[in-house]
Write a protein that binds this ligand. Structure first.
Ligand SMILES: O=P(O)(O)O[C@H]1O[C@H](CO)[C@@H](O)[C@H]1O
Ligand SMILES: O=c1cc[nH]c(=O)[nH]1
Length: 234
């Protein structure tokens, strides 16, 4: 049954969902990786395609940007479509000098100062954790990958801001081992905990807060092969 934000019928969305922020990246995953992919939702331009990858059904559907947006889609997918697993395939800004542009990060946890999770369990510093089995499988898949992408596992920072510069906060997070900043992982992990579904974020470093290195907008759409292959294998 369609929801306010997803027009697919139940059964048109696979139990496994690959979720980039960008609708065009969802379309590219469908065309470049999936077989027999069909558009199943396009409400608000947030595209979702269902097809198969190595014979297994999978849906590639965008989340839009930020915690509120991914929370809406992930919650509706879990509650209304029986989705069991959502793997975000996103971009992130490098914070640690241990990572460089085009590296891939398997986000085993996500720090955040977002009010979204603060309001889920007031008074508690909730731990936003990836599903352990998915994270372990992603690390194993990365070890089998051909190509020269460097893959890291560790914590990211999920921010509600893209443009607000907070150098002291960045320095403190980096000093505590945070690898990169993005805008959805913590919210996705909170939905995973609340709805009892498996969630993981695999992000490609698209720019670096310290070195200033950056991908172009076109590269942000295309340079995610390693992350996509890891996510699709799960
Ligand atoms: O490339 P995506 O998956 O959208 O991820 C990152 O890019 C967007 C900001 O440009 C935010 O959504 C951030 O999390
Ligand atoms: O959220 C994001 C994504 C990419 N780069 C950033 O600096 N922030």
């Amino acid at each position: 049954m369609p929801t306010p934000h997803i027009r697919a019928e139940r059964g048109e969305i696979a139990p496994r969902v690959i979720m980039p922020g960008d609708p065009r990246r969802a379309e590219r995953i469908a065309t470049d990786y999936l077989e027999d992919a069909e558009l199943v939702t396009d409400v608000r331009g947030v595209l979702g395609f269902t097809g198969t990858w190595e014979g297994r059904p999978v849906t590639a559907m965008a989340s839009g940007m930020g915690g509120p947006s991914i929370t809406i889609y992930a919650t509706e997918l879990a509650r209304e479509y029986g989705v069991e697993q959502i793997v975000r395939v996103g971009t992130a800004g490098g914070m640690s000098t241990d990572v460089v542009v085009r590296d891939v990060i398997i986000a085993t946890g996500a720090h955040t100062d977002s009010g979204m999770t603060a309001s889920r369990i007031p008074g508690v510093h909730f731990s936003h954790l990836a599903d352990f089995g998915l994270a372990r499988a992603a690390i194993e898949a990365a070890e089998r990958l051909e190509g020269d992408a460097a893959v890291h596992a560790g914590a990211v920072f999920t921010s509600d801001h893209f443009y607000l510069e907070r150098p002291e906060l960045s320095a403190a997070l980096t000093a505590h081992g945070t690898l990169a900043v993005e805008m959805e992982a913590a919210a996705l992990y909170a939905v995973g905990a609340a709805e009892r579904i498996r969630t993981l974020a695999v992000v490609t470093v698209s720019d670096h807060l310290v070195t200033g290195e950056s991908m172009t907008a076109e590269e942000r759409e295309t340079q995610f092969d390693a992350a996509a292959r890891i996510a699709l294998s799960l």
